[in-house]
Design a protein around this ligand. Sequence first.
Ligand SMILES: O=c1ccn([C@@H]2O[C@H](COP(=O)(O)O)[C@@H](O)[C@H]2O)c(=O)[nH]1
Length: 279
Amino acid sequence: MESFGTRLYRAMAERGPLCVGIDPHPALLARWGLPDDLTGLARFSEIVVDALGDRLAVCKPQSAFFERFGAQGVAVLESTIRQLRDSGALVLLDVKRGDIGSTVSAYASAYLEPSSPLYVDAITASPYLGVGALAPMFDTAAAHGGGVFVLALTSNPEGSSVQHARGADGRTVAQTVIDEISQLNAGAQPLGSFGLVVGATVGDTGHDLSRVGGPLLAPGLGAQGGTAADLRTVFGRDLSAVLPSYSREVLNAGPDAAGLRAAVDRVLADCRAALGSGS
Ligand SMILES: O=c1ccn([C@@H]2O[C@H](COP(=O)(O)O)[C@@H](O)[C@H]2O)c(=O)[nH]1
């Protein structure tokens, strides 16, 4: 299979640089007139896939909102993943997994092995047990055309106390993550398969993102206060690998399909203007 980086590069060129999350918050279910139960969860996800699946480069279900319903919620997630794959959107599952290497192998099997019911194109991963401990995810992803997005500078205000802390070599924790992921992508064209999560809310942190060579997922837009115009402050001049991500900003426009599509058109236009992307 083609690498995830190649598939993502093409999807962003064809469909535009945008990721939309499926985050079925209880408040959104209520706003959409849906019950806060399995039927509401399934209907919410189906509406998003039907309205947006054929136009998004990437769709990002947030696993937590499915897991809160237990095994049957995870079954809805499995079905949502299948529907998304059929729609042509790349599926990035936001699960932020990380552990010791032997356990990471099991996470890799769960999400990045094509035979798994939860198989997706890419996942988010937490590096706080060491980037090296995530190696089984990187290996499984590379073997099957998958991707991994590792947390570097998260969009929440609490993240900086950990991520800006400096180690013995003077680098911040975030810069160490950035550098290790950059090495994994070395030489990959047109885009590496190993990405970073860098919030649109973090401002100019002084971190060097110039050699990452992989996609830069930018959550925190809309509901968390980040704007498309902030992307230039966060990422500097080379914005070609930035993948802006919105959840509530778009989902608030549902459940009407036309409303959801109009919200996507609006945020995509904002992102294109900010990123200087004519695609
Ligand atoms: O740094 C991060 C990493 C992940 N997220 C996730 O993205 C969405 C954001 O939702 P909004 O409604 O657009 O605020 C959510 O699933 C987070 O868990 C993030 O916000 N920041």
